[in-house]
Design a protein around this ligand. Structure first.
Ligand code: NAI
Length: 390
């Protein structure tokens, strides 16, 4: 559309292709760069397939489909990005490769252009640290599949000029997304706050207190679309374990983020989940065959939900205490990034802060493990006879 800035996207894999599609849907001309010609071809073929499906379903008209597809220009020549006012990078998750790409981009784009990374695990500040003009660098973390997931975490580096944060939020809103602003800390919001969903479930299983089937059923019964184990099988136990390890290391081995031995064993055994036909469940051609839905012991549901959700609430409370994001953005992030049935702070208000604190204190006393230490935010709220204001 006339007047809208041209958007550059580097990396035509799953994420870059999705981001290019969203920008084209919003009316931008897009230049999609990948050093691999076959990746560019695959990206075009996959968009054409998506477009055909959406036209058949009546969601896109044939004209819209044609306009969206023809507004994405694919190339291996990075110099073509010189006309872009925004360039979003979605290449391999390797800091030295990202550094060298952004150094090249700085020599190509105009001084007013904003450069963004879609990294999910690297420090935005450390990428910016190698740039000549770090003040125009920012993180824009989309979720997979990018065209369908509303959440985008906007992550300013320590060096970012704040005017770019407002611009990025406005751009994402114009694209129909739900942007939240997060401090540049390990895992940003979602990958940090969601750790106990997996970690605490694994811990319960490891202790032999409940089976994956029972834990999954309990969490589904509490409103989660999927239980932790079926979700880990879907994500891939190798991928989920790698994220856990990277967050744990980035937090200097804080026990709250300690990865699980039983998960490592599943990875070592090659029980990666759906993709290897075996994880916590068994699969055949992608369908579960181990009876994950068989009737489980509902008497166990209450304590399982209390233990996992109180740990999730504790993470959200601590993220608020440390000013990682506003209360409103923390709630949006978990509802739109991982489809939680409600915001965690609202959940705490519903249970009562005292009840949540008691669960955590009991766990900490029982295990003598710093992993369960309650966030000071919970104690502050109780002292102030207040609750979370969202
Ligand atoms: P992918 O492996 O599907 O695609 C990466 C693409 O980048 C490939 O087509 C590759 O040819 C290209 N590429 C690599 N180095 C390049 C370079 N120097 N210049 C031009 N093209 C280059 O990866 P995916 O899954 O799309 O992820 C991309 C980024 O997005 C990573 O940083 C990842 O951490 C992040 N991310 C991934 C999510 C996911 O669920 N896959 C979710 C959110 C963020």
């Amino acid at each position: 559309m006339k007047g809208l800035p041209t958007i550059g996207v580097v990396g035509a894999g799953a994420m870059g292709s999705g981001i290019a599609q969203i920008a084209a849907q919003a009316g931008h001309a897009v230049i999609l760069v990948d050093h691999s010609k076959s990746a560019l071809d695959r990206s075009a073929a996959s968009l054409s397939k998506i477009a055909d499906k959406l036209v058949k379903k009546g969601k896109w008209s044939a004209t819209v489909s044609k306009r969206i597809q023809s507004s994405i220009h694919r190339t291996s020549e990075i110099e073509r990005l010189s006309t872009c006012q925004w360039v979003i990078e979605a290449i391999v998750e390797d800091i030295s490769v990202k550094h060298s790409l952004f150094q090249s981009l700085e020599a190509i784009v105009s001084p007013g252009a904003v450069l963004a990374t879609n990294t999910s695990s690297l420090s935005v500040t450390s990428i910016a640290g190698k740039l000549q003009y770090p003040e125009r660098f920012i993180g824009l973390h989309f979720f997979n599949p990018a065209p369908l997931m509303a959440l985008v975490e906007v992550i300013p580096a320590l060096q970012t000029d704040h005017s770019h944060v407002d611009k990025a939020v406005a751009l994402m809103e114009a694209w129909g997304k739900s942007p939240v602003v997060a401090k540049d800390t390990p895992g940003f919001i979602v990958n940090r706050v969601a750790r106990p969903f997996y970690g605490e479930a694994l811990r319960i299983f490891e202790e032999g207190l409940a089976s994956p089937q029972t834990i999954d059923a309990a969490m589904r019964n509490a409103g989660f679309r999927m239980g932790p184990f079926e979700l880990m099988d879907l994500i891939g136990n190798d991928v989920n374990y790698a994220v856990s390890c990277s967050v744990f290391e980035a937090f200097y081995n804080d026990p709250r983020y300690r990865p699980s031995l039983i998960q490592k064993q599943h990875v070592d055994a090659g029980w990666l989940g759906r993709k290897s036909d075996k994880g916590y469940y068994e699969y055949e051609k992608g369908n579960e065959i181990s009876g994950g839905d068989i009737l489980t012991d509902t008497k166990e549901f209450d304590w399982i939900v209390k233990r996992i959700v109180s740990m999730l609430i504790n993470e959200a409370a601590d993220a608020l205490y440390l000013k990682i994001a506003s209360a409103k953005d923390l709630e949006t992030a978990m509802k739109k990034g991982v489809n939680y049935p409600k915001g965690l702070l609202a959940w705490c208000n519903e249970w009562g802060t005292k009840t949540t604190l008691n669960i955590l204190e009991n766990l900490q006393n029982h295990y003598g493990d710093d992993r369960y230490r309650p966030s000071p935010k919970l104690r502050d709220l109780i002292a102030q006879r207040s609750e979370f204001i969202i």
